[in-house]
Design a protein around this ligand. Sequence first.
Ligand code: LLP
Length: 419
Amino acid sequence: MNVEGSVYLKFIMSTLTTSTIQGVSFESMAATFGTPLYVYDASIMERQVHALRQAFETIRIKYAAKALTNLSVLRFIRQMGVGVDVVSLQEAQLALLAGFRPADILFTPNCVSFEEIVEGVELGLTINLDNLPVLEKFGAKYRSSVPCVLRINPDILAGGNLKISTGHSHSKFGISIHQSDQIRSLVSRYGINLCGLHIHTGSELADLDVFMKMADILFSLAREFTTVKFLDFGGGLKVAYRPDESVTDVAELGRRLSAAFRDFSRKEGRELELWMEPGKYLVSEAGFLLVRTNVIKKTPKVTFVGVDSGLNHLIRPMMYDAYHAIENLSNPQGDLQPYTVVGNVCETDTFAAERPLPEVREGDLLLIRNAGAYGYSMASNYNSRFRPAEVLVINGEAKLIRTRDTLDHLLAGQVDIFK
Ligand code: LLP
């Protein structure tokens, strides 16, 4: 990097650096609760819900709980009048504990046993079916007495990377749009009461045409299945992980989809509800992972910053090659140097490779951004390390919403038969 480039980058980094949220400093939270620490900003979640509601004429938001399932976060999201999408009975139990009514919970499992579907029905959840054998069993058992939703695989390849693309023809998700004859025959054989149609094409969809293609498919099925009351477009609204990255233009998406819904109801003489299941859009930017620098390790080739966290706490960089912005909160004005930020797990666990950061010293506090979605919810106790604590900053106050693991968490459920 030339000198000018480095001065410019330093300027950009210093404008990006956030030392407080809602007036509470990250330093003080690290001092109070220790590191590594997940911190969530409730006002950002609120901002995102508001932006989505502003963009659409009407929308029912079903938060994709898998992104972040802390009970207090679920409760906060519920208080905003948002519903929830769950993918397991355990997520459903958490949603119920957080006060969601069963009717506000959409259950979208995949490849589960039929018993799990039956339990979902017994809990009163709205059931989203994603394969033909289960649709057949559902029809035979419930006929028209219990409504259900169908998850359609639209045969569209879209999404940030192949691991998070779910709508293509080789993906395990949904019932292929090319099997609609079989859907028709099962629905008519059992008189199945289809109340909704669903597509989740993938995560990180910036291209609005993908949503419009989904709309075409869903509208054409809804024309045929007249019991359908809502169309669910899944999640996938893309937020910026890099400062200059393209994102889903939610305002424009809202205009285009709302117009398409209006058009449908004018032509068909019936109104459909528009549902969406954002995960990242609601919580990604609201979350931060605070980590402390344990060691600066210079080798002939690389300068490593070794921090007190790792892929056990935030797996996205290693699992998806995901980029997460990192800031040095302790030395924001330091000279920029390339660092490879790594964790303390006995695996290669790189948070960022050759990343320019203001000089990092032992003990410095680093902030990893976009850690709200699929951060804690994908964390593990690998290497028998404790998962971090979680804090929600709400109304200008930092509230502990989950304690750091202790040895008891590691021992819970273990049966020591030789003791
Ligand atoms: N609805 C369904 C049925 C889903 O499967 C998902 C995510 C969502 C909604 C929410 O998608 P979002 O709005 O968050 O993009 N762990 C990966 C993402 C996996 C997403 C799985 N399904 C990551 O960290 O990038």
